[in-house]
Design a protein around this ligand. Structure first.
Ligand code: ADP
Ligand code: MG
Length: 949
């Protein structure tokens, strides 16, 4: 199947490249012509294109009322600038009016003409860019040529410019402009590739965003490539985590802005969810985002949405209340489990394997992180024994169910599902008088208020205890978190980095705080959130580059409509990929790795070792120390330092140990003489669940035609092998070859492992897709509310905006009154009172006219007030109404989401349920916002201009 599909894809890529190649020829011809020109010629061309492209920019027209009431002078200015635009665009849009006069009528004609063609502007701009592309790329390349030898300081280091775009770089640049992902190997110079589409698109004045994986790279690239852009007369900005809003605004105002995805995403959320005026908003639109290391950002980082929170209500009480009892309970369980451990050992020595298996299983359910248990689980045969025992319980093999077995413990923990359950024994221990106190009662539709309250209270208790148990039994201090200055900070397991500011959700963080007896912080309340996927979907144009995208091509296509185009390398790649070596145990594997490093190191050839976690890096570092091999360890704590170490990884005799993701984006250049030794030797100590990450590691060597080697060392005890590959089959293969050698290599094993990786990749994709399916519902709602909110902030004519809000909001209230009227005996008293509050004493004959009357009364009352002072207050009142209801709505949506999963035991698809109920909630929300806005405005005007009389 795969082999049959492959040529089709290969053909498609070839066809795409064939379309691009002739353009490269045209760029060359333009560039040759530019070689004889002075620098100034490049800047003049840039300015000419900028001017012509500015005509395609959106035009903010004043409202009709403002035109009418404005003075002669402003009408003249408006007419002149419209005339200029129309003349420039008439070739593309022949229907635009020929003459714009400074009269309200002519300006109205012009407005209509402009609106009619507005939708065509994006396409026209795109045609313009396509037309100038070859010459514009030639300008960039020629600028690079003219800059050769130029010196600049980049992140504190002096650099000399010596890059002129290669042909493959021109091709990559064209692919990116066309909205593709350019797949270019590590070291091919993607940073320079991006300068081409960045320059071309920055000419539009709409702002090009270049997205990097960390702050350090944003600064490095902005400073280094900035030299080229400034040479051409463009402005370059760079977002850094520490910047204040005013500073950020300046960065966004530039033609080009570099920054991380989190900086861009959070700025969007702050602009649309929190800012209260135009002055507080920092972004100015989403035209084109070019994402470097696009797989890392759109796939690896896309699992967790961006969230802005504020402290919610205090929910510490149940944790404080239950903590002492749970601590006692855990101690009891530990004693019980110590017994199981001793028993298991005795039984094993006595050769009673099956009984030992039961004792071990109880240990696993009772204390999955029990020291002795973890140590025993390092022996593969014992691990198999536990797995087998668990399986036969699930199949009822012991005449007992797993549930019955769990009743022999105080509570049971499911490490994989992250679940903890009290048993009957545990409940009796916690509450001897009333063991039922910790069960959640059944609740049916007929339940009364008392029953509901009892249900809610018990649900909180059960949840709290479960979280406390997890805090005690699954989360270890200094492994999963650290406690410093009275705060619990999570440690990222794969990088070892402290993730300050992040909190475990769902009360787990509070439980750990209760366990550590530090102050329990409030559960945060979400006030704005978006997934990375939906943030990048905001852009009119999206593209990117990376060394590794092909394995995830399907996901890029389905979710972002991005296609991947592999670009050939500048020089042929001569890396030698050796077959994987597989060992039975981790210990044997590490020994083999150290032996290999020692052998390579003696020759002076540099070695780069990739590991899957900080822990593995440290283990390896210990072994290397023992073998007296000097080495550097990267622990992913500081990107700038990291870059400094990685840069040296290509020097003679260097041994560098690094987690897989560390140092990404930093180039490893070979020092003189190293190529003759064979180049960089890359060693992988574990296959990552994703093939992409493995390719990323391999790609660290053999840049731009350098020699290089890559080899992976694996063991059957690696997580990937244990969970996903067919370890038994491999073990068999190893046994077979044991007579011959201690290791096993070979292509067939490689296939087995790839299949396992594919399985994990697909699983990951499903999870990301699911997160997105749910967020899509929110996304639609968010875009409607944010758009409305933004209209309020940006409304040029506050009077018109207020008019609309008042009419719609009062209409909602009116409908509610009418619906409550008794048709037999309509009593209009309360309706009358309401209208009187607005200053309307007489109800109209036809009630439909009432909103208009209320609105007119409002406008009369504000007439005498200073618009300059009053209008910002009106705007603010409306924004508050929106925010209040939207944030409550976010809470409701979160509850709904949890709710549909609880209910999903049945046959119903939670997503469908979620969509239906979300729709109902949302239509209520929009009404509530309108009504509340009108009500707040009414209160406001009553306080400053009470109804006369
Ligand atoms: P990538 O992001 O593709 O891994 P980088 O952008 O970090 O690669 O560039 C790798 C190295 O190649 C850098 O040291 C850069 O200076 C160099 N380089 C890129 N393009 C050129 C070029 N056209 N000529 C000379 N050196 C180049
Ligand atoms: Mg790069």
């Amino acid at each position: 199947m795969i082999s049959r599909l492959f040529p089709v894809f290969a053909g498609k890529n070839e066809r795409e490249l064939a379309k691009i190649r002739p353009i490269v020829g045209r760029i060359h011809r333009h560039e040759e012509a530019l070689q004889g020109e002075p620098e100034e010629a490049l800047r003049e061309l840039t300015q000419k294109w900028q001017r012509e492209l500015s005509f395609y920019q959106p035009f903010e027209l004043p409202s009709r009322r403002q035109v009418k009431e404005g003075d002669e002078e402003s009408r003249r200015r408006l007419a002149a600038s419209l005339q200029e635009r129309f003349d420039a665009l008439r070739a593309e849009f022949p229907s635009l009016p020929r003459r714009v006069e400074a009269t309200p009528e002519s300006l109205e004609q012009a407005r209509l003409g402009w609106h009619r063609m507005e939708d065509g502007l994006d396409a026209a701009r795109a045609r313009y860019l396509e037309r100038i592309l070859p010459e514009a790329y030639a300008v960039v390349k020629n600028a690079a040529r003219k800059m050769v030898g130029h010196q600049a300081t980049v992140c504190g280091q002096t650099m000399t410019w010596e890059m002129v775009h290669f042909d493959v770089q021109l091709m990559g640049g064209i692919a990116i402009h066309r909205g593709l992902i350019a797949e270019m190997q590590t070291g091919e110079g993607k940073t320079l590739v991006a300068t081409l589409p960045v320059y071309l698109n920055a000419l539009t004045g709409l702002g090009v965003h270049v997205v990097t994986v960390n702050d350090y790279l944003a600064r490095r690239d902005a400073e280094w490539m900035g030299e080229l852009f400034r040479f051409l007369g463009l402005t370059v900005g760079c977002l850094q985590n520490s910047q204040q809003p005013a500073d950020r605004q300046q960065q966004y105002a530039c033609d080009i802005t570099y920054g991380t995805n989190a900086e861009f995403g959070f700025d969007y959320l702050r602009d649309h969810g929190i800012a209260r005026s135009r002055a507080e908003q920092v972004q100015r639109g989403h035209y084109f985002a070019i994402i470097d290391e696009i797989d890392s950002i759109l796939i690896d980082e896309a699992r967790t949405p961006l969230i802005i929170t504020m402290p919610g209500h205090d929910a510490s009480e149940p944790f404080v209340r239950h903590q002492p009892a749970v601590a006692r309970l855990v101690r009891r369980q530990v004693e019980l489990c110590n017994g199981f451990a001793t028993e298991a050992k005795r039984l094993l020595e006595a050769g009673e394997k099956s009984a030992a298996g039961v004792a071990l299983l109880k240990l696993k359910l009772g204390q999955p992180r029990h020291r002795q248990f973890l140590r025993m689980m390092e022996q593969p045969e014992l691990r198999r024994l536990v797995d087998k025992t668990e399986l036969s319980y699930q199949r009822g093999g012991f005449g007992k169910t797993l549930v019955q077995l769990k009743e022999e413990l105080y509570f049971s923990i499911h490490e994989k599902d992250r679940d903890a359950d009290l048993s009957e024994m545990g409940r009796c221990f916690l509450s001897p008088q009333d063991p039922e106190a910790f069960t959640v009662p059944e609740l049916d539709a007929a339940a009364g208020e008392d029953e509901r309250q009892l249900f809610a209270a018990r649900a909180v208790d059960v949840h709290t205890i479960s979280q406390l148990l997890k805090a005690y039994c699954l989360h270890e201090r200094d492994i999963h978190y650290v406690v410093r200055e009275g705060k619990v900070t999570i440690i990222d397991e794969s990088t070892g980095r402290e993730m300050s500011g992040r909190r475990w959700s769902d009360g787990l963080h509070q439980a750990v705080e209760a366990k550590e007896k530090v102050a329990i912080e409030r559960e945060n309340r979400t006030c704005a959130t978006i997934t990375i996927q939906n943030y990048f979907r905001l852009y009119q144009k999206l593209a990117g580059m990376t060394g590794t995208a092909e394995t995830e091509a399907a996901e890029f296509h389905d979710i972002y409509q991005l296609d991947v185009l592999p670009i050939p390398t500048h020089r042929p790649n001569i890396r030698v990929d050796e077959n994987d070596c597989i060992y039975r145990t981790r210990a044997e594997k590490y020994q083999a790795v150290v032996d290999r490093i020692a052998k390579v190191h003696i020759t002076g050839q540099p070695v780069l070792v990739g590991t899957a976690s900080v822990e593995a890096s440290e283990t390896l570092s210990r072994l290397l120390k023992r073998a007296k091999i000097p080495h550097a360890v990267l622990n992913a704590k500081n990107h700038a330092q990291e870059a400094a170490i990685v840069t040296k990884a290509g020097e003679r005799g260097a041994v560098t140990v690094s987690t897989n993701m560390a140092g990404r984006g930093t180039d490893i250049k070979l020092a003189p003489g190293v190529a003759e030794l064979g180049g960089l030797f890359v060693i992988g100590t574990e296959r990552n669940p994703s093939r992409r990450v493995d390719r990323q590691l391999r790609g660290r060597c053999s840049r731009q035609g350098d020699p290089g080697y890559a080899r992976f060392f694996l063991s059957l005890e690696d997580d990937l092998m244990r969970h996903h590959a067919a370890p038994n089959r491999m073990a068999g293969m190893i046994e077979d070859s044991a007579a011959r050698a201690r290791t096993l290599t070979g292509a067939s094993l490689g296939k087995l492992i790839e299949a396992a990786q594919q399985q994990v990749e697909q699983h990951g994709y499903k999870i990301r897709k699911r997160v997105l399916d749910f967020d899509d519902v929110m996304n639609l709602q968010r875009s409607i509310v944010y758009e409305h909110r933004n209209e309020v902030i940006h409304a040029r004519d506050v009077r018109e905006m207020v008019q609309e809000i008042l009419r719609e909001g009062t209409a909602v209230t009116l409908r509610r009154y009418l619906a409550e009227l008794d048709p037999e005996q309509p009593d209009l008293t309360s309706l009358r009172q309401w209208a009187a509050g607005w200053g309307v004493e007489e109800l109209p004959e036809d009630l439909v006219q009432l909103p208009e009357l209320l609105e007119a009364s409002y406008q009369r009352r504000v007439e005498g007030l200073s618009a300059e002072r009053f209008e910002p207050i009106e705007r603010d009142v409306v924004l508050r109404a929106i925010d209040h209801h939207w944030q409550n709505h976010l809470d409701d949506m979160e509850d709904l989401r949890e709710g549909v999963f609880l209910r999903s035991q049945g046959q119903k698809d939670p997503l469908v349920e979620y969509k239906n109920e979300a729709y109902t909630l949302f239509s209520g929300l929009m009404d509530a916002i309108q009504e509340a806005s009108a009500r707040s405005l009414s209160r406001l005007v009553s306080s400053v201009a009470p109804v006369a009389g």
